[in-house]
Design a binder for this molecule. Structure first.
Ligand code: ATP
Length: 196
């Protein structure tokens, strides 16, 4: 599974239709300060269904739409499409290529599409779940923060990233139930002894 194509139009600095084609492996995006590198990551997060404006470094939907500049008029809408190579079926969708599209207007109306079919936000969130986890996108500063963490906190971070915490919680619950059941068994044994 890898991100094969990213198409952006009217989103933040990307006024016109902009197409990125990625190859398997590592891709580095370089550019001067303020040229839109982080906006590109915001676009990916947004298309995957992000609902918190703060995470996208803005206050409301309108701030995400190209606001004009360089002799270009403000855009009326923003649209981002991610095309993911899904030949390994890592995403829960029966397609070898999955295109997730999000479009928003200045009035704040959002539309979502999977392979050009209109869907609900929930459908996008389900399909994108394997690639939109807490650490699928690493924010600026997180690496420094992780290095400065106390070893136990750092371990928790890796466990969260590997989605182990959910199993830890299940184990804690199972151990508690086992203890409660053990106590019940001991009580039953006492009652049986009294009855004999
Ligand atoms: P750095 O290297 O400093 O982190 P960067 O390349 O990551 O910079 P971004 O943060 O992606 O840069 O882009 C910031 C620019 O995006 C700012 O110039 C800001 O004015 C512009 N920008 C943000 N929202 C919009 C918008 N809605 N319309 C037009 N431009 C916008």
């Amino acid at each position: 599974m890898y991100l094969r194509r990213l198409e952006i139009q009217g989103f933040k600095t990307f006024a016109g239709h902009t197409l990125f084609e990625f190859q398997p492996g590592v891709t580095a995006v370089v550019g001067p300060n303020g040229s839109g590198k982080s906006n590109l990551v915001d676009a990916i997060r947004w298309a995957l269904g992000e609902q918190h404006p703060g995470t996208l470094r803005c206050k409301r939907t309108e701030d995400l739409i190209f606001s004009g500049g360089g002799r270009r008029a403000p855009a009326g809408f923003a649209e981002v499409s991610l095309t993911i190579d899904n030949r390994d079926r890592l995403l829960p969708a029966p397609y070898s290529e999955v295109t997730i599209t999000r479009r928003a207007t200045r009035s704040g109306e959002n539309e979502y599409f999977i392979n050009r079919q209109r869907v609900r936000l929930r459908d996008v969130q389900e399909v994108a779940a394997p690639i939109s986890g807490a650490y699928a996108i690493i924010n600026q500063g997180l690496v420094d923060a992780a290095l400065n963490l106390h070893p136990l906190e750092r371990r928790r971070l890796f466990e969260d990233a590997a989605a182990i915490s959910v199993y830890e919680q299940r184990r804690t619950d199972a151990e508690r139930r086992l203890r409660e059941t053990g106590a019940n068994v001991a009580r039953c044994a006492d009652i049986l002894t009294e009855l004999e």
